[in-house]
Design a protein around this ligand. Structure first.
Ligand code: AMP
Length: 218
C-alpha cells in the first residue's frame, strides 16, 4: 500500500507518519527530514537546499523528485509520503513515475486543521537533534526540562518553526500546496480527517478508513 499524507505545516503529519508506518510496516519518506539530514551532514544536496528551508520556501520540484526516486527501489513494498507532494507539479511527476514503475497511490489522507491551531503547535514544537523524536511543550512535553526522554539531549526549536518563518510557510502552503486538495479530492482515494483531535484518535480513524478501503478494493 502506498499512501500520501497531506496537510499544512504543523497539522501532525510527522506524528501520524510514525504511528502509521509502524502499524502498517510502510517505508516513511519525509522530504523535510531528508533535507534536514543532508543539511546537518553538509552534503552538496544539503548546501543546495539549505536556504530554501531556512526561509520557508519550497525546494524546486525537479530536485525533490530526484530525491524521491533515490529513496525508492524495486524492493520497496509500501511507502508513506509525508510532506510530499507539495505542489501540483510534484503530484503529476509522481503519477507519471508511478505509472512507469507499475505502482499506484492507494490513499491520500488529508489532515485538516485551522491556522491558529498550527501556529500555536509549531511554536511549541521541540525536536530531539539526536533521535528526531517530536515533543510539544503544551500537549506532549518531555519528562525532564527540555531534554529528550530517550537520549537526555537538549531539545531544539526548528529554525523554520520560528514565528516569522511559520507565517511564510503557511503562505507558501496556501499558494502552492492547497491546490493539491482539489487535485486529489476528485479521486476516490481521498480521505479527510480532523487534525485537531488527539494523535491516537486521528490514527484510529485513518486505519479504519484504510481497512475498509482494502476490503472494498479487494
Ligand atoms: P517539513 O518538515 O515537511 O515541514 O519541510 C520543511 C521544509 O523542507 C519545507 O518548508 C521546504 O522548504 C522543504 N520541503 C520539504 N518537502 C518538500 C517538498 N515536497 N517540496 C519542496 N520543498 C519541500
Amino acid at each position: 500500500m502506498n499512501i500520501i499524507l497531506l496537510g499544512c505545516p504543523g497539522s501532525g503529519k510527522g506524528t501520524q507518519a510514525e504511528i502509521l508506518c509502524e502499524k502498517l510496516q510502510l517505508l516513511h519518506v519525509a522530504t523535510g527530514d531528508i533535507f534536514r539530514e543532508e543539511i546537518g551532514k553538509k552534503t552538496p544536496l544539503g548546501l543546495e537546499v539549505s536556504n530554501y528551508l531556512s526561509s520557508g520556501r519550497l525546494v524546486p520540484d525537479n530536485l525533490v523528485m530526484e530525491v524521491i526516486k533515490l529513496k525508492l527501489n524495486n524492493e520497496t513494498k509500501g511507502v508513506l509520503f509525508d510532506g510530499f507532494p507539495r505542489t501540483v507539479d510534484q503530484a503529476e511527476q509522481l503519477d507519471n513515475y508511478f505509472e512507469q514503475t507499475g505502482r499506484r497511490i492507494e490513499a491520500v489522507i488529508f489532515l485538516n486543521i485551522i491556522e491558529q491551531e498550527v501556529i500555536q503547535r509549531m511554536s511549541s514544537r521541540r525536536t530531539c537533534p539526536k533521535c528526531g523524536k517530536i515533543y510539544n511543550l503544551i500537549t506532549n512535553p518531555p519528562k525532564g526540562l527540555n531534554v529528550c526522554d530517550e537520549c537526555q539531549v537538549e531539545l531544539m526549536l526548528r529554525e523554520d518553526d520560528k514565528v516569522g518563518v511559520i507565517e511564510k510557510r503557511l503562505m507558501v502552503y496556501k499558494d502552492l500546496t492547497e491546490p493539491l486538495i482539489s487535485y486529489y479530492k476528485a479521486t476516490n482515494i481521498f480521505f479527510e480527517v480532523d487534525g485537531k483531535d488527539s494523535p491516537d484518535i486521528v490514527s484510529d480513524r485513518i486505519i479504519s478508513f484504510l481497512k475498509n478501503k482494502v476490503l472494498k478494493d479487494g
